[in-house]
Design a protein around this ligand. Structure first.
Ligand code: SAH
Length: 368
């Protein structure tokens, strides 16, 4: 391969220093992920949010659970990065000691309380998702991306562990990690959907089935807001067997590629992106069979890729697509054109897309 001309000469100018700095930043982006993971594992957000006022380094270190010999000097270095990232605050007191505090960002990293009779553990947090994405099960496949591009075959995750949702059926720890991560993000998304366009989506609907609904909190939130709706949560039996009971929601175990339970509306969130086009069309056809020909609708909640989009979540959407490449054979995030093509093939000639302040958008599709 020919040497890149001018590479050395161009190095000594301001723009080139900026380019270099940018590459350093991207190169070490994983340091941010790992520092966040470390903070969540040490429960630093919980410690700072539950304390009355800012805390010193030694107070935080002493409050870390299960720490036989906490190391304030190590902790300091992780905190310094996270203060720089605006996850926490740091202010110097009169005697020169630093006091740390929480922020609105660290609220998103709180642990969920253990559910009790009068608390449904329903805080909005991304902590379980962060823990899942940065778990070696999920991170290791990223190291095999270039191999996958060179050789094809199965997605790196599947090559290593088998198909993700089968692996979940065999490995209870992985199943829990996955289901908790899905549940925390589902809760955030459904609350945004309900506040932004709940009435438009659900007020005239008598029954809703959530296909690949995980442990069911997405449809349970719909039923909570619209108690006239009969909710069905449909997923594979190893997921359903761990699902909590929700008023107004029936859990059904099964295989969505065989059949989908009938309802006025089918909702499916973050499911189609797991599959290649052929299986998506098969699933969408089953969804079409499950809804009435007249008045039925399909509600897809998934990313609509805007590669150059300036929206709040557009950048993450493109990263997510590469994540799908590493994790699910055939899985991908789709552009509007790609969604339209799938819907056309499955017999949904009409659709609308509604953008909401979330990673995913809402695609409503109609059988005629
Ligand atoms: N909708 C949930 C979960 C998304 S993860 C949420 O957004 O939080 C994808 C889900 O699809 C998993 O819960 C997985 O168990 C389910 N799934 C995978 N294959 C399935 C199948 N053949 N039939 C039914 N559900 C399936």
């Amino acid at each position: 391969m020919a040497a890149v001309k001018g590479a050395i000469l161009a190095a000594d100018n301001e723009a080139s220093f900026q380019d270099q700095a940018e590459i350093w930043k991207y190169m070490l982006n994983f340091g941010d992920s790992m520092a966040l993971k470390c903070a969540v594992e040490l429960k630093l957000p919980d410690i700072l949010h539950s304390h009355d006022g800012p805390m010193t380094l030694s107070q935080i270190a002493a409050a870390i659970p299960n720490a036989p010999s906490p190391q304030p000097s190590h902790l300091f270095r992780v905190l310094r990065l996270l203060v720089r990232r605006k996850i926490f605050t740091a202010e110097e007191g009169d005697d020169g000691e630093t006091f740390y505090g929480p922020t609105n960002l660290s609220k998103w990293l709180l642990h969920e309380p253990t559910p009790t009779a009068d608390n449904d553990a329903s805080i909005m947090t991304l902590a379980p998702m962060l823990i899942m994405e940065n778990n070696p099960w999920f991170l290791d496949p990223w190291h095999k991306l270039s191999e996958f591009i060179r050789e094809g075959g199965m997605a790196p995750f599947e090559k290593e562990h088998g198909y993700m949702f089968d692996f979940a059926g065999k490995n209870p720890l992985f199943n829990k990690l996955l289901n908790n991560a899905m549940a925390c993000t589902a809760r955030i998304t459904i609350r945004t959907i309900l506040s932004r366009c709940g009435d438009a989506l659900f007020s005239g609907v008598g029954s809703v089935v959530d296909v690949g609904g995980g442990t069911g909190n997405f449809v349970s939130e719909i039923v909570k807001s619209y108690p006239h709706i009969k909710g069905i949560n449909f997923d594979r039996s190893h997921v359903i067997s761990t699902a909590p009971t929700y008023p107004g929601v029936t859990h059904v175990g099964g295989d969505m590629f065989q059949e989908v339970p009938s309802a006025d509306a089918v909702v499916t969130k973050w499911v189609l992106h797991d599959w290649g086009d052929e299986l998506c069309v098969k699933l969408l056809k089953n969804c079409r069979k499950a809804i009435p020909e007249k008045g039925g609708k399909l509600i897809i909640v998934d990313i609509v890729v805007e590669a150059d989009g300036k929206g709040l979540f557009d950048d993450t959407g493109v990263v997510f697509d590469v994540l799908m490449l590493a994790h699910n054979t055939g899985g991908k995030e789709r552009t509007e054109k790609e969604w339209k093509s799938l819907l056309d093939q499955a017999g949904f000639p009409r659709y609308t897309i509604t953008k909401i302040p979330a990673l995913q958008s809402i695609i409503e599709a109609y059988p005629n």
